[in-house]
Design a protein around this ligand. Structure first.
Ligand SMILES: [Mg+2]
Length: 272
């Protein structure tokens, strides 16, 4: 399947999961779907077969609340049966509302924000020390980069010249309690990361080709880590959810559920 269409099909799976469980973070899931699709279907050396090996690429979803997007991608890639997700959010299920390494394919428990990049730095440094060729990918939310620990990790990443590390900032300008600029001024991400010694690539983050080009470019950079500032739209794919704070954590009602699936169908069909 065309991967641009795939990103819309996977969003439909997210809608189904969240509608069924009556819980989830649909806006943030939709915001980063093109990033996940590019990494898991094109760029990463990470499969159900090599996940337990020492040489596979590492992925950390530091904005752990966007777990529904990661679950549907992992299921589609064969890390576990898709039917397992029918239990999402139910008592006793391991498919909970944040990443847990009890689930096959998940590297790190996340969701307490600000921790993923530091762990990613450690994994990338370990790879260098052990002479491994794996790469490390970390996806952060833009609200998340208000955490001080992110910037400690950023310093360490450039200090150790971790060119095997690529971070993303999902720059959708919204977080749980308002716009990012209301909560904590984050302008300009590009200048801030450059000042910390990172290679910076700025892209439209819901454009799969742009994501793919940026990830490929990052692989060629030597002696510095790369951050991809992905300018995205929260809720991307369903017009009434796009750039609307309420969809950070809202569950679609019956009418919204139907309308969302129909629009995702329609927009995905452009890529057949
Ligand atoms: Mg955000």
């Amino acid at each position: 399947m065309n991967l641009k269409k795939k990103a819309f099909e996977l969003r439909k799976d997210v809608v189904e999961m969240i509608y069924r469980a009556k819980s989830g973070h649909i806006g943030g899931d939709f915001s980063l779907m093109e990033i996940l699709v590019d990494l898991y279907y094109k760029q990463m050396n990470l499969t159900p077969e090599n996940f337990k090996d020492a040489d596979h690429d590492r992925f950390i979803l530091s904005k752990g609340h966007a777990i529904e997007a990661l679950y549907v991608v992992l299921a589609d890639r064969g890390f576990f049966p898709k039917e397992d997700l029918d239990t999402f959010g139910t008592f006793g299920s391991k498919y909970i509302g944040h990443p847990t390494n009890k689930v096959n394919g998940i590297e790190m428990n996340t969701g307490s924000l600000g921790h993923g990049l530091g762990v990613g730095v450690g994994m990338a440094l370990a790879g260098k020390m052990d002479g491994k060729n794996y790469r490390v990918y970390v996806v952060m939310g833009d609200g998340e980069v208000a955490e001080g620990s992110v910037w400690e990790a950023a310093m360490a990443g450039s200090h150790y010249k971790l060119d095997n590390l690529t971070a993303f900032v999902d720059r959708n300008h919204l977080q749980i309690s308002g716009t990012t600029e209301q909560v904590m001024n984050l302008k300009s991400q590009e200048n801030r990361w450059a000042a910390f010694g990172w290679n910076v690539i700025s892209i439209p983050g819901n454009d799969l080709d742009a994501v793919d080009n940026a990830v490929a470019l990052a692989k060629k950079i030597k002696d510095k880590p790369t951050v991809i500032i992905a300018h995205t739209v929260k809720g991307f794919g369903v017009s009434f959810m796009e750039d609307k704070l309420v969809w950070h954590h809202r569950v679609p009602n019956d009418d919204e559920y139907q309308a969302a699936l129909q629009e995702l169908d329609r927009r995905g069909a452009r890529y057949e």
